[in-house]
Design a protein around this ligand. Structure first.
Ligand code: ADP
Length: 314
């Protein structure tokens, strides 16, 4: 039986987009063209994995009618899901697109959970690790859960020999890098690395030095620092690589990091070579930027974009 990838989103949302010519304050704005999609970084990862034909199970916590909406959308797309039900409503995140490319966002904080929910989720998670090749964990934690939750999930997965790809930031990322077991792969962007080590990054030579010297990163098998249009700087074991990509016409870069994580996870689950893993991650990241929809790629263009990625040892 082919093993699946378990894609975790702890604070999913329904992402609502309201396009308006002009946003009028302190009065009524009427909107015709509303789009509502299941959102959250891990759900973007799950969608792209599904498009890549990699078997995926979406998991995390969900509740209320918003939770039901998300499950229905996943059903319609044919994505398997096994979320833990909570007795609170999942969140809506609203993006108002107005006045010539301006974007005003209203993001609900989401449910407030507690240590009981946390214990229950860890049991739920451990049970899911049957027949799983790779775990991806993306995004932030709902309020009330320990910043060490991801670190605990990494410990459980590692004890079963399952690699974890972690795409998080701030305190949860730090706690996961100081835990007993390290994630197999992290995918911070440059800003997230600077925030983590609390110093600005001067240039790529400096970045390479940080990844090599800072103890936080020792023992992490793969560090993929994505650099937007500049590609990525990757450290695998002791070897560093510079990944470059061509200039492309970007439509919507939101979710490219998630799409990159999906590409990396897909290739890792197939035990692909190092070069294939890195190239796939860059190709799926780029493919997301040329689509309007977040966490969506046109797989027909995969080979074309795959061939555009250049990798150099540094
Ligand atoms: P994040 O969304 O996590 O900040 P990035 O913006 O670094 O991640 O994007 C992840 C990957 O998506 C990049 O490494 C690259 O492959 C692709 N990408 C992102 N922005 C662009 C862009 N403007 N042009 C081309 N590729 C891009």
């Amino acid at each position: 039986m082919v093993k699946s990838i378990l894609a975790i989103t702890m604070n999913p949302s329904v992402d609502i987009s309201y396009p308006l010519k002009t946003l009028h304050l302190n009065t009524v704005n009427r909107v015709n063209d509303v789009a509502k999609t299941a959102g959250g970084k891990g759900l973007n990862v799950a969608r792209v994995l599904h498009q890549l034909n990699s078997p995926v199970i979406a998991s995390g916590v969900l509740g209320g009618t918003i939770g039901e909406f998300i499950e229905k959308q996943l059903d319609e797309t044919g994505i398997r899901h096994e979320f833990m039900a909570i007795d609170q409503e999942s969140r809506n995140c609203i993006a108002i697109l107005h006045d010539d490319m301006q974007q005003t966002e209203i993001l609900e904080k989401g449910p407030i959970l507690n240590s009981n929910d946390e214990t229950k989720f860890l049991v739920h998670f451990e049970k899911q690790l049957e027949n799983i090749a790779v775990v991806t964990i993306s995004g932030s934690l709902p309020e009330g859960l320990s910043k060490r939750l991801y670190a605990q999930m990494i410990e459980i997965s590692s004890s079963k020999g399952i690699p974890v790809l972690l795409d998080s930031s701030g305190e949860t990322l730090k706690a996961s890098l100081t835990g007993d077991k390290k994630p197999f792969l992290i995918k911070p962007n440059q800003e997230e690395i600077a925030q983590l080590i609390q110093q600005p990054i001067k240039d790529l030579t400096h970045l390479k030095q940080i990844l090599t010297d800072n103890q936080l990163f020792s023992g992490v098998e793969w560090i993929v620092v994505s650099l937007g249009a500049d590609g990525a700087l990757v450290k695998h074991g002791t070897q560093c690589y510079r990944l470059t990509i061509p200039k492309i016409d970007v439509v919507n870069p939101v979710g490219s990091g998630d799409s990159t994580v999906a590409g990396l996870a897909s290739a890792i689950s197939k035990k692909a070579s190092d070069i294939e893993i890195m190239t796939t991650g860059m190709a799926t990241g780029m493919l997301n930027t040329i689509e309007k929809q977040t966490g969506f790629i046109n797989t027909n263009l995969f080979t074309e974009y795959y061939e555009k990625v250049l990798i150099k040892k540094i």
